[in-house]
Design a protein around this ligand. Structure first.
Ligand code: UDP
Length: 340
């Protein structure tokens, strides 16, 4: 198939630091090329891909995330050449969907964000413009009446991630991700303090969440029990996840998928999470971590980490969230759409 893959324009493929959608686009694009498809990736010029790369911008610009003149221009670059493709696969948020019905090429749109009331209303308005793909059944249940082509879980290539057995774990808990209230960093700090354990916090502090960082998280960072290491390299990220006793994910929003959970389980580190959004679909309670209702329960479960087998965590991810499985899911969706 001739596939046009449209990425968001602000972060290169694959990302050096923050970038969930960009990892998914990277894995999927390269695997489709490996399987013999003719793929053109629309992404910044510093991206590295097995596909043909077409760029509206020479390099990434993470400090301009969300500024819409960039995603409009990248989407227009892809749509201008729509006739070259059998299918366009759009990962670019809201920008391309309204115009997808104006081109002759069918558009598959992966829903990467949570459904707010406004987002659901938006997609309903453009119900027939694109073929929608959800990334968790929970996400889909928040706006069930779209034209869904399927559900495909986000993948991870576990071969590139290390593994650490229980005896290789070190003496800390991990909180990792976009530093914002939704991801519950303040609760992770509370869990660490109440359990008397060390916590390492890693992640980008993005402009919209600076206030949360300054007023809630930063005052509690003491460089000893509560440490903050900021945005880290890929190798540091692998190590931080692999050596942690547990990954704390006390989220306070309807997580649409949550790549960090599969990254943690891939390296054999149990996930302790609140049951919001996709969590009960992604973590098997008592097998790959603990899904708990309260902060008290999260503290209590830390005494049961030896009930979680790191090898089982990894093999669960290898089976359910592999790049092959996600790519097969999308191939099937493309084929069905092209068969009419
Ligand atoms: N990430 C990273 N550095 C950071 C913050 C996040 O590498 O400072 C990565 C994280 O490992 C994951 C992705 O960015 O691969 C975030 O995706 P996720 O679905 O967990 O969260 P969201 O898209 O809601 O931020």
């Amino acid at each position: 198939m001739k596939i046009g893959m449209l990425a968001p324009p602000w972060i290169k493929i694959p990302p050096a630091g923050y970038g969930g959608i960009e990892w998914v686009v990277h894995y999927l694009t390269d695997e489709l090329v490996e399987r013999g498809h003719d793929v053109t990736l629309f992404a910044t010029g510093d991206s590295v891909t097995k596909a043909r790369l077409v760029s509206a911008f020479p390099q990434e610009m993470p400090d301009r995330i969300g500024q819409t003149l960039f995603d409009v221009r990248q989407a227009a670059t892809a749509f201008k050449q729509a006739d070259r493709f059998d299918i366009i696969h759009d990962h670019s948020g809201f920008v391309a969907v309204p115009f997808a019905s104006f081109i002759g090429t069918p558009v598959v749109h992966t829903l990467h964000g949570p459904f707010t009331a406004d987002a659901c209303d938006f997609y309903r308005t453009f119900r027939d413009s694109a073929h929608y793909v959800s990334i968790s059944n929970y996400q889909r249940s928040c706006c069930p009446d779209l034209r869904y082509a399927g559900n495909v879980y986000n993948p991870i290539d576990i071969n590139s991630w290390p593994f650490a057995a229980r005896e290789e774990k070190e003496d800390y808990l991990l909180a990792f991700g976009r530093v914002c209230a939704d991801k519950g960093f303040h609760t992770a700090i509370e869990v660490a303090k109440r359990s008397g354990r060390r916590l390492i916090i890693a992640g980008a502090v993005q402009a919209p969440y600076r206030d949360y960082w300054e007023t809630v998280v930063r005052p509690q960072v003491d460089g000893d029990q509560i440490q903050f290491v900021g945005e880290v390299t890929l190798t540091q990220k692998w190590n931080l996840f692999a050596k942690a006793q547990a990954f704390l994910f006390p989220i306070q929003w309807p997580e649409p998928f949550g790549l960090v959970m599969i990254e943690s389980m891939a390296v054999g580190t149990p996930v302790l999470a609140f049951p919001e959004g996709s969590v009960p679909e992604v973590v098997i309670d008592g097998v790959s971590g603990f899904v708990v209702e309260t902060t008290d329960e999260m503290v209590e479960r830390l005494d049961h980490l030896d009930e979680i087998d790191p090898e089982t965590c990894r093999s669960y991810v290898a089976d359910k969230f592999s790049v092959a499985k996600a790519t097969e899911g999308y191939e099937e969706i493309y084929r069905k759409i092209l068969a009419g």
